[in-house]
Design a protein around this ligand. Structure first.
Ligand SMILES: CCCCCCCCCCCC(=O)SCCNC(=O)CCNC(=O)[C@H](O)C(C)(C)COP(=O)(O)OP(=O)(O)OC[C@H]1O[C@@H](n2cnc3c(N)ncnc32)[C@H](O)[C@@H]1OP(=O)(O)O
Length: 154
């Protein structure tokens, strides 16, 4: 794994995201890293993330997939250009499409482990496929189409 989380390399003014911004104390503050050619992240759900008692709320899982996907997209774009994570100019991505399949109920208790595979890297678009596992069992899969940050959001 790399030492620095992808999200910790985001510019100051792009670090307020609810899912992954380090400057959002009420957000999830998700941290993603390389693990070889794949990307990984972990998240510990809390009781407020309940759907049915004992099980994780699906919206939280979607949020984790969203931010692990866009973070992975940024890191993949840097890697494709042979640049250091966070180097200027920043390679910023937002979610164009977020697809989630809930394969089985996700138990509330164990740490959730996300694993991403980079499916496609183009100059303006990166596609990332993901799994979310609890107790080494895949509970959800996801796919994010990430597109370079539009001027309207910069
Ligand atoms: C340093 C890091 C900091 C990173 C700092 C940010 C971190 C926070 C990230 C949090 C994640 C979020 O929640 S972001 C918030 C939620 N997302 C948004 O609000 C985005 C709103 N949507 C938009 O602004 C726009 O629709 C865009 C930018 C997504 C797309 O703009 P566009 O101008 O229409 O794009 P366009 O050129 O047509 O398409 C480019 C490519 O993407 C594909 N594409 C476009 N839309 C879709 C779609 N819905 N589903 C599938 N594919 C799509 C096209 O087919 C094309 O592929 P091809 O033909 O080239 O193959």
């Amino acid at each position: 794994m790399t030492e620095i989380a992808f999200q910790d390399a985001y510019p100051e003014d792009l670090s307020h995201c609810y899912g992954c911004g380090r400057h959002n104390p009420q957000g999830h503050q998700l941290k993603s890293f390389w693990d070889g050619e794949e990307t990984v992240a972990e998240f510990q759900p809390e009781p407020q993330h309940t759907a049915v008692p004992g099980f994780v709320y699906g919206g939280l899982i979607a949020s984790l997939i969203d931010c692990h996907g866009t973070g992975s997209a940024s890191a993949a774009a840097y890697r494709a250009e042979g640049r250091a994570l966070g180097s200027e100019p920043p390679l910023r991505f937002v979610t164009a499409s977020l697809h989630v399949d809930f394969l089985r109920p996700t138990p509330l208790g164990p740490v959730l482990k996300l694993r991403g595979t980079i499916e496609e890297v183009k100059e303006r678009k990166v596609v990332v496929a993901m799994t979310v596992s609890a107790n080494d069992q895949v509970c959800a899969t996801g796919r994010v189409v990430a597109v370079r940050l539009p001027a309207a959001m910069a």
